[in-house]
Design a protein around this ligand. Sequence first.
Ligand code: CA
Length: 659
Amino acid sequence: MAAVVCGVLTMACKTQTSVGDFATYPEYTKNDLGLTYTPEKSTMKLWAPAAESVVLRIYEEGLGGEALETIQMKKGAKGTWSASVEGDRKGQFYTYQVTEEGKTLDETPGVWNKAVGANGLRAAIIDLADTNPEGWADDKRIEVENFSDIVIYEMHHRDFSIADNSGITNKGKFLALTEKGTRTPEGLASGIDHLKELGITHVHILPSYDYGSIDETRLEENNYNWGYDPKNYNAPEGGYSTDPFTPEVRIREMKQMVQALHEAGIGVIMDVVYNHTFVNDGSNFSLTAPGYYYRQNDEGDYSNASGCGNETASERPMVRRYITESVKYWAKEFHIDGFRFDLMAIHDIETMNLIRSELDKISPSIFVYGEGWMASSTPLPVEQQASKHNGPKFPRIAVFSDDIRDGLRGEWMSAGEGGFATGKVTNRQKESIKFGVVGATQHPQVDYEAVNYSSAPYANDPIEVINYVSCHDDECLRDKIDMVAKDATPEQRKRMDLLAQTVVMTSQGVPFIFCGEELYRSKQHIRNTYNLPDEVNRIDWSHKAKHNDVFTYYKELIRMRRNHPAFRMATTEQVVENLKFHDSPEGTVMYTINGAAVGDDWSEVLVIYNGNRGGVDVDFPMGDWNLVCEDGRMQLDSPRPFTGGSFYVHGTSAIIAFK
Ligand code: CA
């Protein structure tokens, strides 16, 4: 998420309701916070260590109506408050209301709820077992040998399915990803079949926990938001369900989505935004333990590293515990395959390492990565920040490489500046590309001083970096190229797009593409589309026929990567041993990989990227080469033989050859 996005989301005032001596707050380590349901009784427990009293209210509905019961909760051990209601209360709702320092706060569903009514205002009494779709017990997450085997596809539910021509019935819903056999008007595969055809291994769904910016009671108005405004962290977003009023439905439908993707061999990664909340004093955090969950600046106000008006304090024990338990819950209950941490540098390293080790106990295949930066300044000391520069201190967690991204397309701050793929081929671009090629690891042939934003490697191993050239933030790739290469022809711009993704897909590390790039999508050259209408954000599925050359190229690139371990080395040692750069003309990068050494049936691989608009002659090593990529075409099934020597590489194109 870009800083510019959430700045406008800030709604609450900046005053702190209370700043206690948080160090004295007791840590509660049992796993019974929130609801414990049985048909005989329901017990609610919350952690509110500074509360003077807490009232529990039971309601018939998720919205409106008078409370059926109002119960004084009892103070228990370690800052907890609890109450029980007799009988089978399934289908009812509840809220807590905390009084602290003589002030009675607003009602809240608490922070440990797992089910909520419409707009997430009241927690729901449900039996989670009722939410499991048929066959759920047999559902298995996707196992991966190395994280570098993953190919990520980042998507928003509405972008993917909302267009009239998506061929999908449940437009903008979790269920969209359960529909098989859907077609574009031209008869090409859309939806989940399209994802299978493209060959990606994991979808990264934009925020799908309950967020605040969409009114779930007015879904017919088709409002759009990315969802970086968390409200209830452990319940799915109601706007993506077919019925936000019935709490089980959103849970069941999200599980159905996971199940369908798993059946298609595709993992599900959740975008999680624990670094801030939608509102300040009105958040569920603030309404249960005012001040505790957030960092404060010297004046005692909310500090604001998220740019959204607040930042959470992961270093405090119960915040660390909350984030960790929340992630574990999604992994266990929803069989989630990975987590992408928004503005991860706001979190402290100890917390991220704890999350990694706890997830490893569930499955070492669960992938964790995040944005190794923040939007503004923080009181958290630099050495504790889970930033990309501290990357070596949190092993097996990847960070996004803005170095290769901007090296390829141009710097994000300057709209008019291009990058290597668009023909700006200075040494800085070239070394940033090489930095990406080696997966942000230590390699003797990379000049780190010349790399875009980093003077040192940040990945211990290539599995700890996400290589990408576009995501939901900023212009999508096609739009960025249009803006920085105004002098280029439409054909040249398409070649720039293909070259950029070729670098991403051939680099060591974990490749990541933004939904619709494979269909040459445009967002009308708008940079920040977080709350713009579907007309701007939706995928136009007619592009699949119109730009089938792009789709086919992407598909073949992904197929090549997945079939050839030479592009997916797991360790830095392997990369240093087996990947060598060679002298090549200005504006080009050329390297070879010893495929045989990493078990590839391509015993040697040669890759050349030509960022120049014009063609160049390169000195191709002698040997029985087979060209599988040249002049903007992939030809995996009909490689062209070549025996080496002088070779003309067309402008804005890549060469991939093997022997
Ligand atoms: Ca919501």
